[in-house]
Write a protein that binds this ligand. Structure first.
Ligand SMILES: [Mg+2]
Length: 377
């Protein structure tokens, strides 16, 4: 019997409107975000979807991702046996350096197809689920803090607990006052996390972080630029609050160096950094061994990539610090899913359906997003 292969690949470079401005240490996002959607059709007719959501100040560009897929990966993808996912990822790595966002988009689409064909979820394919819900973190990043505080006053009574505050964007005294107000209004009902997105120079950072410790955050994420691992290690040694590495930790090699230098107590796992679901699990295996828990981070991903992230976390015990998959419910004005993945009691509910557990509507894609490029046109 011949193997099922990938017969067709369609690519969409899209631009989606967002509801609110986002100020973050590494860069600001306003108005729209760009993403690349991938649709693969297998020779048995099953369709799978993937999504690449690069961010130009963090990983790469959506336009570069589209070119990588269209010019360099398409010739490998067409005709590839759809179940041979690890071999495909090895072939992609051999053909093209970097471009992890393009590769993970293909991997999630292949897993979607294989899952649908076998009536298994992607979490089942990744080892089976160890959790059915994932605590959801909302990021406090609106330049209008009062608007964020009003959101919190609506979300906390609805059961939402995790909030990550993007700091290093406004004057330190103003940020301290905002943090104190959040603790004052909600006390222990919220689990506060802090994310500097590399905003602090190492010189003088420790004094600022000691101030921030006064509001008892669960962790402080990426206080200094990614290459300053010595400074990160000094914070790990000096502070009682755990330090989480995000921009400093893209892949297993970064993580090995972090562990060697004791430069973090936890890491952020993002599919757009790891460039693969299996690669993310491989990174977490190292983190597990070193005793570092993982947090489910994102860039500006839509429903397809977040479905893949949800399936990954469901099947990866070490990613135990929750996820920040709040974009579809709180920030994007549209999405391409027929139904969004439900949030309940401040948590993402892992879908039960096969594959990624979602249904994609091309109608919604064409009606709501701006399609900047499409291959084949
Ligand atoms: Mg971060």
């Amino acid at each position: 019997m011949s193997e099922t292969t990938i017969e067709r690949m369609r690519l969409f470079l899209i631009e989606s409107p967002i509801k609110m401005k986002r100020l973050q240490g590494v860069g600001n996002v306003m108005g729209t975000v760009k993403r690349v959607l991938v649709e693969l059709t297998a020779s048995d007719g099953i369709v799978g979807w993937g999504e690449a959501a690069p961010w130009e100040v963090f990983t790469g560009t959506a336009e570069g991702t589209l070119a990588a897929l269209q010019l360099y990966l398409r010739p490998l993808v067409i005709g590839w046996p759809v179940k041979r996912i690890r071999a495909a990822m090895m072939a992609f790595d051999k053909a093209l350096v970097g471009h992890g966002e393009a590769k993970v988009a293909l991997e999630m689409a292949m897993l979607d197809i294989v899952g649908k064909g076998a009536d298994l979820s992607v979490a089942d394919l990744l080892g089976g689920r160890v959790r059915d819900t994932i605590p959801l973190s909302f990021s406090i990043a609106d330049p209008d803090f009062e608007a964020d505080l009003a959101r919190m006053h609506a979300m906390v009574p609805a059961g939402h607990k995790l909030f990550k505050v993007k700091t290093g964007v406004k004057p330190h005294r103003e940020e301290m006052a905002n943090l104190a107000r959040m603790r004052g209004d909600f006390g222990d009902k919220i689990d506060l996390r802090i994310d500097y997105n590399q905003a602090l120079p190492p010189f003088g950072a420790l004094a600022i972080l000691r101030d921030v410790e006064q509001v008892s955050p669960t962790f402080i994420e990426q206080p200094v630029p990614r290459n300053h691992l010595d400074a990160m290690a000094s914070f790990v040694a000096a502070l009682k609050t755990p330090i989480l590495a995000d921009e400093s930790c893209f892949d297993p090699r970064d993580l090995m160096e972090i562990i060697r230098l004791r430069a973090a107590n936890a890491i952020s796992i993002k599919l757009m950094k790891s460039g693969g679901l299996h690669k993310a699990q491989a990174t977490m295996a190292i983190a597990d061994t070193a005793g570092l828990p993982g947090y489910g981070g994102t860039l500006y991903e839509g429903g397809i990539a977040l479905a893949a992230g949800t399936q990954l976390i469901a099947a990866t015990p070490g990613i135990s610090l929750g996820c920040e998959f709040y974009m579809p419910h709180h920030v994007l004005t549209e999405d391409v899913l027929e139904e969004r993945i439900p949030n309940r009691d401040g948590a993402v509910v892992v879908p039960d359906a096969p594959g990624l557990g979602i249904r994609v509507s091309e109608h919604a894609l064409r009606a709501n997003a701006r399609i900047l490029a499409e291959h084949p046109a």
